[in-house]
Design a binder for this molecule. Structure first.
Ligand code: FRU
Length: 476
């Protein structure tokens, strides 16, 4: 592939060829970030699910490696996670201590083609993730057809491995404990709770510091359909986890207010930061949107933290600072008045870019930005005063049902200014508002690279206090 196909992401990860969905098995080890993902080695549609693989030293420049764990014709390799087994509890290590060369262990759902049984399996690597050996036996089989997506991590306080799984049809997460990754004991269930308009998939559970200096646990579960704007979506709870039970302390919230952020997974074995990324797509139309030799890409990696607001603790996502290496020479503007006559801010042929801006409402009813591609297709981003909403409207030339439309998020109601950080690539836009407390991630398919960005206001005036735009280089 040329990697310059019309909708090829330039700074997001996509495979050279074929279909991908969920990120799987993310971990950091010996200076390398590994991502695996649901991958069809034989085509650009869902099928023959296997774990594709890519590595990076900075989460910006990615190198695709051979398929890590292959479908054998009987059992497809569905989603899951991976850990570094530092104590060699699994015994897969080459010596008893494992300290020199600890086994890397992937825990995934095997989906049987005949009978549809879903149960949990292991594979391990002793060569820095380059090759993976399947452990022959199932490690957790309860005879169910919907029992999947194990997220495993070492829980220090209770000195055991914890596995969180989705019971998709029951709107439940199940928690299991193990000392060796091979024998698992049921600990508890969570749910039904929060949004239950569709099946639950791909759980995540991790601990984050609070602004007050203690910690909370975040439980994330994806939903399909029943997402915030139809199709699939991603919800989370903040609460306590004691090694046995997760207890939510507040209502479920949406992780992302766009339509294209699904099955997010965070890196294991990474000290100091919690970072995740997701499949930028929606099961509602993932099969119908424009496709190239490849089909599907990942979001940019995001650093996670907790911030307090009126409803409790909010999950905050900010782009990894590593992405700044892609920035070219910035364009800087300041104190720009906005009126109903759209003000042209920038015109370019380079539609991979990052924008940082601060909007001030003044006496307008709404203000925002308009991206016009080739004089016709539009993406508008509007901040409305009375509803205190941020709205992203996309109009692309795709017939895919459920694609075009507006995606809204409610913002902090009292603000007079709004900070935005926007990442535009050849087939997606990610908007981080209020320092990453509110995020809208959407696919977009502009058929032209002739882009005009303007600012506008309705029923009064507004202003752009600061505007900074960087062209972003492709990582390949
Ligand atoms: C989520 C999902 C998972 C499953 C995988 C199959 O998108 O449906 O529940 O493991 O995709 O590809």
């Amino acid at each position: 592939p040329s990697f310059r196909e019309p909708f090829r992401p330039q700074f997001h990860y996509s495979p050279a060829r074929n279909w991908i969905n969920d990120p799987n098995g993310l971990f950091f080890y010996q200076g390398e970030y590994h991502i695996f993902y649901q991958y069809n080695p034989f085509g650009n549609e869902w099928g023959n699910m296997s774990w594709g693989h890519a590595i990076s030293r900075d989460m910006v420049h990615w190198e695709e490696l051979p398929v890590a764990i292959e479908d054998d014709g009987d059992v497809m390799i569905f989603s899951g996670s991976a850990v570094v087994d530092h104590q060699n509890t699994s015994g897969f290590g080459s010596d008893d201590s494992g300290a020199e060369n600890p086994p890397l262990v992937a825990i995934y759902t095997g989906h049987q083609r005949v009978g549809y049984n879903q149960s949990q399996y292991l594979a391990y690597s002793l060569d820095r993730g380059r090759t993976w050996t399947k452990y022959g036996k199932r490690v957790l089989d309860v005879g169910m057809t919907a029992f999947r997506d194990p997220k495993v991590f070492w829980h220090d306080a209770s000195q055991q491995w914890i596995m969180v799984l989705a019971l998709p049809d029951d709107h439940k997460a199940a928690f299991y404990g193990s000392s060796d990754l091979k024998n698992w004991t049921l600990l508890s269930h969570f749910g039904p709770a929060g949004h239950t308009g569709g099946i639950w998939e791909v759980p995540e559970l991790f601990e984050l510091p609070t602004p007050e200096g203690d910690t909370r646990w975040v439980l994330k579960l994806d939903l399909n359909p029943g997402g915030p704007h139809g199709g699939s979506g991603c919800q989370y709870w903040v609460g306590h986890f004691d090694g046995t039970t997760f207890e939510a302390q507040q209502e479920a919230r949406w992780v992302d207010h766009g339509k294209d952020f699904y099955a997010a997974l965070s890196f294991s074995n990474l000290e100091g930061r919690r970072i995740w990324l997701a499949w930028m797509n929606n099961w509602e139309y993932s099969r119908d949107i424009p496709r190239e030799v490849f089909n599907g890409h990942m979001s940019i990696p995001r650093v996670l933290s907790l911030q307090r607001d009126a409803e409790g603790l909010a999950l905050v996502q900010t782009p990894i600072p590593e992405l700044e290496v892609l920035r070219g020479e910035p364009t800087v503007l300041s104190a720009l008045p906005l009126t109903e006559q759209a003000t042209l801010l920038h015109q370019t042929q380079q539609t991979t870019l990052e924008i940082e801006l601060e909007l001030e409402m003044l006496d307008a009813a709404e203000t925002g930005l308009k991206f016009v591609f080739g004089g016709q297709e539009e993406v508008t981003l509007i901040w409305q005063k009375d509803t205190s909403e941020l709205l992203l409207q996309r109009n692309s030339k795709t017939e895919a049902a459920g694609f075009n439309g507006a995606h809204t998020a409610v913002l902090n109601a009292t603000k007079e200014t709004l900070n935005l950080r926007i990442f535009l690539d050849w087939s997606s836009i990610e908007v981080f508002a209020e320092g990453g407390k509110t995020v809208i991630s959407d696919l977009v398919y502009p058929s032209s690279h002739d882009l005009k960005i303007s600012g506008l206001a309705q029923s009064g005036s507004a202003q752009i206090r600061h505007f900074k735009l960087w062209p972003l280089r492709a990582y390949r």
